[in-house]
Design a binder for this molecule. Sequence first.
Ligand code: ADP
Ligand code: ADP
Length: 233
Amino acid sequence: KTVIRIENLKKVYQIGNQEIQALREVSMEIKEGDFVAIMGPSGSGKSTMMNIIGCLDHPTSGKYYLDGYPILNAHDDELSFIRNRKIGFVFQNYNLLPRTSAVENVELPLLYAGISAKDRRRRAVTALKSMGMGDRLLNKPNELSGGQQQRVAIARAIVNDPVILLADEPTGALDTQTSAEIMGIFQELNDKGKTVILVTHEQEIAEYAKRIIRFRDGQVISNEIVLNRRMAK
Ligand code: ADP
Ligand code: ADP
């Protein structure tokens, strides 16, 4: 099953009378259960690509189907509906609400989705336990280590059972050992069938993925299977 199909996608930013071609003619297909790392130098279009895949931004032209839904002409309210149900986000800086407990942070996407309070709590606790955070439910982010905060963020990203998990430099703020643990979590989720898309500028981190797509100047320059895949466990 194809979860992402992108055809001849272009993104042009207009600054005054200057046009910046952030994505030139990007096509790619990502199948259910894939684990893709997106790499490329600064300014090559990775963030633009992630924002479009994550339904945070519109492409200028081309086609984008997410889980069969055509995204190009979707209105902003449709985009946020699709985003809230189909995509889990993980960021470099965790993006947890600071004065809010781990369990309440994880409940947030369920609140957006209109799930009852009782079911929110039950599902958030289950997600945190699956991240090894069952004994930290009531801790606030500043009472947790970076690795623990990222586990909470991953719990929040998966609690809705999204179609894809988008991780933007998820180990960028973590030491080597903790990075390996977090990549192990992504591999476990992927083993259970979750489609994962990761942006990283670190080759070592990219090698935890099954496939590496490289960008340069707004174009895909290579799309290759990782031959000696790094396994966390
Ligand atoms: P990367 O994530 O690989 O560093 P980006 O997607 O951020 O690349 O940027 C691709 C190109 O688009 C760059 O030339 C960048 O300057 C430009 N760009 C990105 N976002 C904007 C924006 N909001 N407005 C104008 N230009 C942008
Ligand atoms: P809406 O567009 O529905 O008003 P938001 O733009 O506030 O909602 O984002 C809702 C969803 O988008 C969240 O549930 C989350 O999955 C995702 N999201 C977007 N940006 C962030 C962020 N900075 N931190 C966490 N989640 C985010």
